[in-house]
Design a protein around this ligand. Structure first.
Ligand code: FAD
Length: 338
């Protein structure tokens, strides 16, 4: 008899706000597809879970992005995010269908919801993960090896949940790439009727004040030119190169701590995770906490005057030199090439 009789499939909580699905849901579905492909003998499917009101028509998008099945919980009490009602509904879905694992984005919502659901189910949860693999040594179960930064980002720990199901994890946005959708993909849509413990809200949200985002969202930029402490006194130059390339300025935490930039554009473990097609690191040492936020970039170019700087070990291309000398030359070349 299998160790976890009745538990099957990889479930992904597909987060949406006002009917707009957050990319992280699709990133997790793409990664879940790879995970199930690595254990063909288990015959697992990828299942999306969509909670909200008036969101049933989004199920096909989730299928197009790689889900075999979508469980839709469409209810007026789920119109906006509520810890109480979302936790009720998601817990019931899990109790009913018994997923082997459940992946959730490590977003503000996911970080609130997943631990509550895990506590109710007495399930193991690995928070804020950056990597997931199937344990190749386990033939008769789908044991996830979930990696996350630990000890202030100085180490990476791999965590397993060997005794409980579902195995739960929250995963940072932008860690995995998202496969292109296939609108012709077919899948099953299941409508699930939740029974709430109480329909009286324990917490009432009186008002939602949307944060006014000044500038751009660096997680969406295709090209980032990032300044570290070695370039904080020439941020205008770094920004000018970013503009010539049609990209955006980003910074290391040192630049934020030194008061030269806002945290909104900080990359790294305590900043944002980015994966642009081009990341130019200017005067950045390559500390692991910074690298954790940008190592998945398609092409990394480093400029640093120290040839031993750690950033060169992950760069595809490097310039050893002073940023104030290299960047004007780079800018000139970009203008010439236009
Ligand atoms: P430095 O380490 O000071 O390096 C500056 C680099 O610039 C050096 O390599 C130097 O050789 C080079 N340089 C100097 N002058 C020039 C010049 N004129 N031309 C060319 N090169 C030059 N850091 C982050 O970035 N993001 C995070 O999210 C983050 N989270 C953290 C979380 C925790 C819990 C901790 C403990 C740390 C975190 N850090 C983070 C900080 C991280 O450990 C490093 O201190 C930080 O990344 C260093 O930034 P830096 O490389 O810009 O500066």
């Amino acid at each position: 008899m299998a160790k976890f009789e009745g538990y099957k499939d990889i479930y992904v909580f597909v987060e949406q706000k006002n009917g707009e699905i957050a990319n992280v849901g699709y990133e997790l579905i793409s990664e879940a597809r790879k995970l199930v492909a690595s254990i063909p003998h288990m015959n697992f499917e990828v299942v999306g879970v969509l909670l909200g009101e008036g969101i049933a028509d989004k199920a096909q998008d989730v299928i197009a992005h790689g889900a075999d099945k979508v469980i839709v919980v469409d209810h007026p009490l789920l119109k906006g995010y509520s810890t109480q009602f979302y936790a009720d509904a998601l817990t019931q879905v899990i109790e009913t269908y018994k997923p082997d694992s459940l992946l959730t984005g490590a977003t503000v919502l996911g970080r609130d919801l997943a631990p509550r659901v895990a506590a109710r189910l007495n399930a193991g949860l690995t928070a804020d993960a950056t990597k997931i693999e199937m344990d190749p040594e386990k033939e008769d179960e789908a044991l996830l090896l979930v990696t996350r930064p630990t000890f202030g980002g100085n180490l990476f720990g791999t965590i397993i949940c060997p005794d409980t199901r579902p195995q739960m994890a929250t995963i940072r946005p932008n860690v995995f790439s998202m496969d292109a959708p296939d609108p012709t993909r077919k899948g099953e849509v299941v409508m699930f009727e939740p029974k709430f413990q109480s329909t009286q809200p324990q917490v009432v949200v009186k008002e939602v004040i949307e944060k006014v985002v000044e500038g751009v969202d660096i997680t969406k930029a295709d090209i980032l030119v990032a300044a570290g402490r070695g370039a904080e006194d020439c941020l205008d130059l770094v920004k000018a190169v970013a503009e010539e390339l049609g990209g955006e300025l980003a910074v290391s935490r040192a630049v934020v701590d030194d008061g030269y930039a806002e945290k909104d554009i900080q990359v790294g473990q305590t900043g944002k995770t980015v994966r642009p097609s081009l990341y130019i690191a200017c005067g950045i040492s390559g500390a692991c906490q910074h690298v954790a936020g940008m190592e998945k970039s398609d092409m990394i170019i480093a400029i640093n005057r120290d040839p031993q700087a750690e950033i060169f070990s992950i760069a595809n291309m490097g310039f050893v030199g002073d940023v104030k000398e290299v960047l004007p030359l780079l800018k000139e070349e970009i203008i010439k090439a236009k």
